[in-house]
Design a protein. Structure first.
Length: 391
């Protein structure tokens, strides 16, 4: 059934202009260690460009150790309508689950921070910081490490191409990095953290639909976007999939389609058996063809592991915007957080597959159906800060 409210997969127009493509001039910078500045005295984050001075930086794989996980408290009733209380319960439950493995910092508007603290409990730190919605993967910085320490890439979040209000979310990366005194890298391309997936050994996967798109990067060809990835994130090879433009608010983020379980192994979302052919099944088949005919940055042939979705007819409230994929899981220190949708057979099968791909980590299934009803999942709602020697 269709949801009566605007959601993450509904094209909610804010009227905001597309973020301009601009690279901030380089200035002298040294990576912060992630220690927060005293309240009210956070310095402006030093800024650098993705120029040769940034050489040597790299984006670690999600499976590497983390200092903390960032999340965000959904703020706007205009986005979630009567689903907002349920979404907040899901976010609180997810935050507590992640906090069982590593520190969690939840960003919340100052006037909602106490509500968030009460919901999440003492295991979750709540940081007063203006946000619009819960999608920390997309609004927060994408962290990289290098000779000068930790830095955060700001991809200039523009509401997935102007589709949702983002007056505060567009400033989350900048404000968060300033709070922790971490170097900020202003990207010359516009996009979101959910639109990139790396193996930590030089390979990145992305969909053309969410990057080579006039709503983020007007007039910018794929090769320039690819060059930006290589400069910003230290990758050597980009594997491109076509994806699907215009059918969901993200224009088919990679983290709902394919993920690296480890270098050389890709987990691929597969529609449930019997699913009629549509644009999403076509996207999966196209991705499979690409994966079967390419290698990674180290020349390895890629092993593909299918991860079937649940039977949406068994899931209460699974409307047209529901993101029913297990691919959107999150790997943290010693654990892996996996969606539990309400199809017991599929839920358990997915937990078994993901657990087998991440040996030595405890698999925790988390109820996120309210989050999923807005077109996102566990990975979309989290963003890791990688551990470094000084953090």
């Amino acid at each position: 059934m269709a949801h009566p409210r605007p959601s993450r997969r509904t094209l909610l127009r804010s009227g905001a202009a597309l973020a301009a493509l601009a690279m901030t001039e380089a200035c002298s910078s040294s990576g912060g260690d992630g220690t927060p500045a005293p309240a009210g005295t956070a310095p402006a984050a030093p800024v650098t460009s993705a120029a040769p001075s940034a050489a040597g930086r790299a984006m670690p794989a999600e499976s590497r150790p983390h200092t903390r996980t960032f999340m965000a408290w959904p703020a706007l009733e205009e986005v979630w309508g009567d689903q907002l209380p349920g979404v907040r319960r899901d976010i609180a439950g997810l935050a507590r689950a992640v906090a069982g493995f590593e520190p969690v910092v939840l960003l919340a508007r100052p006037d909602q921070a106490e509500q968030a603290r009460q919901a999440c409990g003492p295991s979750v730190e709540v940081l007063d910081l203006m946000v619009d919605d819960l999608w920390a993967r997309d609004t927060g910085p994408t962290f990289v490490t290098g000779p000068q320490g930790l830095a955060g890439v700001d991809f200039g979040f523009n509401g997935w191409g102007g589709k949702q209000t983002h007056a505060d979310d567009g400033q989350v990366a900048r404000n968060l990095l300033a709070h922790y005194g971490i170097t900020r890298i202003q990207a010359p391309i516009t996009g979101e953290g959910g639109g990139i997936e790396v193996d930590g050994e030089g390979t990145l996967m992305a969909t053309e639909s969410s990057w080579v798109n006039e709503n983020r990067n007007p007039g910018v060809p794929r090769d320039r976007i690819e060059a930006g990835f290589k400069e910003l994130l230290g990758v050597e090879k980009v594997i491109w999939f076509e994806g699907v433009a215009g059918q969901d608010i993200t224009d088919c983020h990679i983290d709902a389609l394919a993920r690296f379980a480890e270098p050389g192994t890709v987990v691929l979302h597969r529609p449930a058996p019997g699913t009629p052919p549509d644009v999403w099944t076509t996207a999966t088949e196209q991705a499979l063809q690409v994966l079967a005919s390419t290698t990674d940055a180290r020349g390895r042939t890629l092993k593909v592991v299918d991860l079937p979705e649940p039977d949406l007819e068994l899931i209460e409230g699974a409307g047209k915007d529901f993101l029913g994929t297990y691919i959107n899981y999150y790997v943290c220190n010693g654990g892996v957080l996996v969606p539990r949708f309400g199809d017991p057979a599929a839920d358990d099968a997915a937990a078994g597959i993901i657990g087998g791909l991440h040996p030595g980590r405890k698999v925790v299934q988390v109820d996120i159906n309210h989050i999923a009803s807005g077109g996102g999942g566990i990975h979309c709602a989290t963003q890791q800060q990688p551990a470094t020697g000084g953090a």
